[in-house]
Design a protein around this ligand. Structure first.
Ligand code: CA
Ligand code: CA
Ligand code: CA
Length: 342
C-alpha cells in the first residue's frame, strides 16, 4: 500500500454508481469506486477537482480541510520469474532423444516486475559422461514468487557390445562346411540399450576364408561391428575320372582302378576304388569314390574287360596246326566240283 496525497475537488459525476469508499472533507468530497477510479467534487477555486492523472487502484480515501488522501494499492508482482532453458547442441544428435556427445545446459532467468532475489541450480552445466537421464532443476525467486524449471538430458556416446555367439554348423576338422553357415552375435548396451538382442548372418555362397560382419545398434543410434573370418564353404562334390589299368586286362592278371578325382575348392581328402575282378573273362565294372575336405562325396563306375592273355602257340602245336591246315587245303582241292550244279 502507498498513501498518496491528493487535492480533490470536482463535480459529482452522474455516473457515480459503485462506490468503495467516501472521503468527506471541509470543502469537497470524494469517493473511490470499486474500479479504482477516484471521483472528486467540491470547490475548484482551490484546485480541488484536479485529480492526479493515473490515479488508479485506490483502495481508500480521506478528505481534509485543504487536502485529501488516497490510499492506492502498490503495483504488485504476481508472477514468478521466467526461466528459459537452452541446450547446446540444441537438439540431440542421436535417435530417440539421445545425445551422442557433450551437452551444455544453461538458463536465462528474467522477471520484468521485480528483482530476482535468489536462484539455485541455474548455472550452466555440462553433461560429459553417458547417462540414462540426468535432470537439472533451476529455481528462481522474485517478488512474484518462485518458479522452477527442469531439463533432463540423456547422453550415450558409446557403441553397443557385439559378441560372437555361435557359428552353425561348426566347421569340420578340416575347417570346412558343406552347407550354409549362420553366424550369430549377441547385442547389449549399458546406457540406451540394444535395439535387437542379437543379429545373425547366413552365408550360402561357396568360397574360402569368407568374412561375416555383425553390426549391433543401440537406441541412441550408435553402432558397433564384429568380423568373423575363416568361413569356408564347399558344397560341390569332387569330380572323378576313374580308370582301370593295365589295359587290356588279362584273365587272372593283376589290375587296379584309380578314381583320379579332383576338387576345385577344398581339395581331395580321400579317394579309392573297389578291387578289379579278373577271375573271369568278360566285362565288369568297378566303383570309385572320392571325398573332399568339406565332406562332399562323389562316386563313379568304370567299366573294364578281361581277356585271355594270348602269347602265341607252342612250336609243336604250331607244326600240328600247319599240317592240319595243309590237309584241310588238300581236302578242299580234292572236293568234287559243283560245276554240274549238284
Ligand atoms: Ca514477475
Ligand atoms: Ca550405447
Ligand atoms: Ca568340393
Amino acid at each position: 500500500m502507498a498513501l498518496v496525497g491528493v487535492a480533490l475537488v470536482a463535480a459529482l459525476s452522474a455516473a457515480l454508481l459503485v462506490v468503495s469508499g467516501v472521503g468527506p472533507g471541509a470543502a469537497e468530497a470524494q469517493t473511490a469506486q470499486t474500479s479504482g477510479t477516484v471521483v472528486a467534487w467540491g470547490d475548484n477555486s482551490y484546485g480541488q477537482t484536479n485529480v492526479p492523472p493515473n490515479l488508479t487502484d485506490v483502495e481508500a480515501i480521506s478528505a481534509g480541510w485543504f487536502h485529501s488522501l488516497a490510499l492506492v494499492v502498490d503495483t504488485q508482482d504476481t508472477t514468478a520469474p521466467t526461466i528459459q532453458a537452452a541446450l547446446d547442441p540444441a537438439s540431440p544428435g542421436g535417435q530417440n532423444g539421445w545425445y551422442t556427445g557433450d551437452v551444455d545446459v544453461s538458463r536465462t532467468v528474467t522477471d520484468d516486475e521485480s528483482d530476482i532475489s535468489g536462484q539455485t541450480g541455474c548455472r550452466t552445466q555440462t553433461v560429459a559422461a553417458d547417462t540414462a537421464g540426468i535432470t537439472f532443476t533451476c529455481s528462481a525467486t522474485s517478488g512474484g514468487g518462485t518458479s522452477s524449471e527442469s531439463v533432463t538430458v540423456k547422453r550415450d556416446a558409446t557403441g553397443p557390445n557385439v559378441d560372437p555367439v555361435s557359428r552353425t554348423p561348426a566347421a569340420n576338422s578340416n575347417g570346412w562346411n558343406n552347407t550354409d553357415v549362420t553366424v550369430d552375435w549377441s547385442c547389449s548396451d549399458a546406457t540406451s540399450g540394444a535395439v535387437d538382442p542379437g543379429v545373425s548372418r547366413t552365408f550360402s555362397t561357396e568360397g574360402q576364408n569368407q568374412s561375416a560382419v555383425g553390426t549391433c545398434t543401440d537406441y541412441a543410434g550408435n553402432t558397433a561391428s564384429d568380423t568373423q573370418t575363416g568361413i569356408n564353404i564347399d558344397k560341390t562334390a569332387p569330380v572323378l575320372n576313374p580308370a582301370v589299368s593295365p589295359d587290356p586286362l588279362f584273365l587272372d592278371g593283376t589290375a587296379t582302378a584309380a578314381a583320379n578325382a579332383t576338387d576345385a575348392l577344398s581339395g581331395i581328402a580321400s579317394q579309392s576304388c573297389d578291387a578289379v575282378d579278373t577271375s573271369s573273362v568278360g566285362y565288369g565294372t568297378v566303383a570309385c569314390t572320392a571325398t573332399d575336405l568339406a565332406g562332399n562325396t562323389a562316386t563313379a563306375n568304370v567299366a573294364y574287360r578281361v581277356v585271355y592273355d594270348f602269347a602265341g602257340f607252342p612250336s609243336r602245336l604250331t607244326t600240328s596246326l600247319r599240317r592240319a591246315t595243309r590237309c584241310s587245303t588238300w581236302s578242299r582241292r580234292a572236293r568234287p566240283s559243283r560245276s554240274n550244279g549238284a
